[in-house]
Structure formats: structure tokens, C-alpha cells
Design a protein around this ligand. Structure first.
Ligand code: PHE
Length: 435
């Protein structure tokens, strides 16, 4: 039987702070850059429908599972796996997947964060490309000039490490609160504005006019894979954030709220991006460059476009920072929990190591590493989490921590999902190999 622990770890100041921080982790470049290009290239509404179903059936139960592991042990991923499994090597090794996934993901995520900073800088100084040829050229120049990327990449990494080094309350919670509230307000304004554009109707039907025949195995695999990326699952993040939870909190409710915020943001971001794209009569399938190549010249052609562009890239920068903070926190907490290193040293030590590793992606193909880390590694990590919950934690411990009775149908469902359905789905996903 695993006992819940109270160590002298920092805790969130408020539930709202915890929800905003977790939503801050989930909402990120994934919602803008990844969701829109995946939906754009994979039949729009078909992708959206499978994605939403997978959030409900796999995403939410796994998020509950991650929070539960963190709350139950009060520890980050590797130490938590060690504790729950009774120090079994296999499980400790599986926990390490989360650390590797976080390490690798942050390396390239911060490079894209740097691109966002670059475009924010350009939009504030009125230097965004005004025609599509220049936009293609500018993006190529940026993504193939390491020196240019390194400036912005360094700035982005410093901001992220600076926040994490301040700790849970004074750093992570405080800055998530500020950045997320600003972000949500700006997104609401942008979405209302987007709905007034001539392309809004097409954008809505592209995202919501479901055509079941467009749901292919490939679309399904991509949509399920993206669920993990978007909800920050499989990299130990929600375990770490769950380890700072106070006693009284309903995990299923919190997980639903966070997932709803994340999905709503993805849909609203989709409405903003595709309304603009369709207003100019363009096709939605331009791929990974949609936010950086397709949009800038369109902004330039819109009334008040300089402002819109600045707001858009500020929003992207805000959510990229809050997500990157959560990824760095996983690696930093690993050093704190496993090696007893203090926060300042563990944060800057892991930030520097990840920074050096990430430099590779200023000169190499990001889509490839995104497939490996953002695809395979997080799915593997998520598989480890569901197996740990489904096969090593006794049902009565689960009931206790979820504050429910042992024969509650929801608890049974949650248990069976983690024990059978989710592992089978994830193994199929890994074997399907098209992440
Ligand atoms: N969920 C975040 C996003 O959507 C980023 C992230 C990805 C965080 C993978 C952790 C793991 O951008």
C-alpha cells in the first residue's frame, strides 16, 4: 500500500494558481503551431473530432493518473516511480523516459520559442515581411542561420530558467498567473475579431463540419499523438506539478478544467489562424510554416495589422514560455529529488545542459526531432504512466487519493482504462509508427 506523503516541499499557493500553471503548461506552441498545421494537413474537422475524442478517452484519464502519481508521492517522476514500485529497476528506468523526453523536447521547443521571439521583435519594430516571397525567404534565412537563432534562443532560455529558478510560488505560479491571464484575454479579443473577417465562415466549417469519411488511420494516429503533446502528458510534467498539490483537491475536476481550457484554446487559435488564411483565399495546408510563413504577410495586408501581429506573437511567446517553464521544472526537480541538489543549482545546471543540447536544432531539422520526442518519447512516457497506475497501485490507494469509494463506476472505469485500453491504444500508436 502506497502512503501519501508530506515532505517539506513547496506547494501551490492556490488551486487557481495550480490550474493556471497546468493550463499554462498544456497551452503552448502545440495549440497554435502544431495543432493548426496538423489539422490543416489532415482534413480539418476529421482531425478535430478524433482529437477531441482522444482528449476525453485518453488525455483526461492520463492527466488524472499523472496528477495522482505526483500527489500520492509528493515526488517528481523518477523518484515517484521508484517509490510506488518499491524501488524496482524496471520502473525507475521507465520513469527516466520522462526525463529524457523533457530534456530533448525542451531543446527544440526553445529553438521554436526563439523563432517566436524573433517574430515578436520584428512585429514590434515594424519589420515583418509584407509579401509571401519575402516571408518564405525570411523564414528560411532564420531557420538556416544558427547565429541569428542563437540570439533569440538564448534570450528565450534565460527567461525560462530565470522563472524556474525562483521556485514554485514566486516563479512558476506567479508568472503563469500573469502570462496566462493576459494570454486568455488577448485570445478572446483576437477570436472575436477573427469572427468578423470574411473567411470566418469557411474557417468554422473547415474546423467543425465533420465528414466521417475523412477519418483515416493516419489521421487517428496523428490526432491521438498530438493529445499527449498538447496536454503535456508523458514527460513527467503533470506528475511534477501534482507533487506540489495541497491535500484537498479533486483531481478529476481539475483535469477536466485544464483539458477544456487547452482544447478551447486550440480551437480558438484555429479559428483565428484559419479565418485569416481563408480571408485571403489561401489553402490551409501549408504545413509547419503556417504561423511563421503564411501569417506574417497576411497581417501586413490587414487594417491594424502591425498591432494584430504584435499581439499574435506576444501570445505565442507567453504560452511558449509557460510551457517551457514546465518542461525545465521536470529536469530541475529530478536533480533536486534524486540528487539532493538545491533549486538554483539544479535549475541553472539543467538549463545550461539543455541549452547546449538544443544548439543542435538551430542547425538541424526540427520536424524530425519533433516526431521523435514530441511523438514517440511522450507516447512511451504516457505508456509507462498508465502501466504504473494500472498494474502497481492498489485500487484502494486510488480510491483513497481520489476521495471516492472503491466500487464507484468512475473509479472502475479509470482503473480499467489505465490497465487495458490506454496501454493497448498506445502500443498500437507506437507500432503504427506514423507519429
Ligand atoms: N503542451 C505544450 C504545448 O502544447 C508543450 C509540451 C509538449 C509540454 C510536450 C510537454 C511535453 O505546446
Amino acid at each position: 500500500m502506497v502512503k501519501s506523503v508530506t515532505n517539506n516541499r513547496e506547494h501551490w499557493q492556490s488551486k487557481c494558481g495550480f490550474i493556471l500553471a497546468s493550463a499554462g503548461s498544456a497551452v503552448g506552441l502545440g495549440n497554435f503551431w502544431r495543432f493548426s498545421y496538423l489539422a490543416g494537413m489532415n482534413g480539418g474537422a476529421a482531425f478535430v473530432l478524433v482529437y477531441l475524442a482522444s482528449v476525453l478517452l485518453i488525455g483526461i484519464p492520463l492527466m488524472i493518473a499523472e496528477f495522482l502519481i505526483g500527489k500520492l508521492t509528493g515526488l517528481s517522476i523518477v523518484s515517484a516511480f521508484r517509490k510506488i514500485s518499491g524501488n524496482r529497476k524496471l520502473w525507475v528506468g521507465l520513469g527516466l523516459i520522462g526525463i529524457v523526453a523533457s530534456f530533448v523536447t525542451l531543446g527544440y521547443y526553445a529553438v521554436i520559442g526563439g523563432w517566436v521571439m524573433n517574430y515578436l521583435g520584428q512585429s514590434l519594430s515594424g519589420n515583418l515581411p509584407t509579401d509571401s516571397n519575402t516571408a518564405v525567404f525570411d523564414f528560411k534565412l532564420l531557420s538556416t542561420t544558427p547565429a541569428l537563432q542563437i540570439i533569440w534562443y538564448t534570450l528565450f532560455s534565460l527567461v525560462v530558467a530565470g522563472i524556474v529558478s525562483r521556485g514554485v510560488r514566486a516563479g512558476i505560479e506567479k508568472y503563469n498567473r500573469i502570462l496566462m491571464l493576459m494570454f486568455l484575454a488577448l485570445l478572446a479579443i483576437m477570436a472575436v475579431y477573427a469572427l468578423t473577417l470574411s473567411g470566418a465562415r469557411d474557417a468554422l466549417s473547415f474546423l467543425f463540419k465533420f465528414d466521417l469519411s475523412k477519418i483515416t488511420p493516419m489521421v487517428t494516429l496523428l490526432a491521438v499523438g498530438h493529445t499527449f503533446f498538447s496536454l503535456s502528458l508523458g514527460a513527467g510534467i503533470m506528475i511534477t506539478y501534482g507533487s506540489y498539490l495541497p491535500k484537498k483537491i479533486t483531481l478529476p475536476f481539475a483535469s477536466v478544467v485544464i483539458s477544456v481550457i487547452d482544447s478551447l484554446v486550440a480551437l480558438l487559435a484555429g479559428i483565428v489562424i484559419f479565418s485569416i488564411v481563408f480571408s485571403f483565399g489561401l489553402l490551409p495546408d501549408s504545413g509547419a510554416g503556417i504561423a511563421f510563413v503564411t501569417l506574417p504577410p497576411l497581417f501586413a495586408a490587414m487594417p491594424g495589422g502591425a498591432w494584430l501581429a504584435a499581439i499574435f506573437f506576444f501570445m505565442l511567446a507567453a504560452v511558449a514560455i509557460t510551457s517551457a517553464v514546465s518542461i525545465l521544472e521536470v529536469v530541475a526537480t529530478y536533480l533536486m529529488d534524486e540528487w539532493g541538489v538545491n533549486r538554483k543549482i539544479s535549475t541553472w545546471g539543467s538549463a545550461i545542459a539543455i541549452y547546449c543540447f538544443g544548439l543542435i536544432w538551430t542547425a538541424n531539422d526540427i520536424e524530425l526531432v519533433d516526431r521523435i520526442a514530441g511523438g514517440y518519447l511522450v507516447v512511451l512516457g504516457a505508456l509507462a504512466v498508465s502501466l504504473l497506475i494500472g498494474w502497481t497501485v492498489p485500487l484502494n490507494s486510488l480510491a483513497k487519493i481520489l476521495q471516492t469509494r472503491i466500487n464507484h463506476p468512475m473509479l472502475r472505469g479509470f482503473y480499467l482504462l489505465n490497465r487495458y485500453l490506454i496501454p493497448v491504444a498506445l502500443i498500437a500508436l507506437l507500432l503504427g509508427g506514423t507519429l
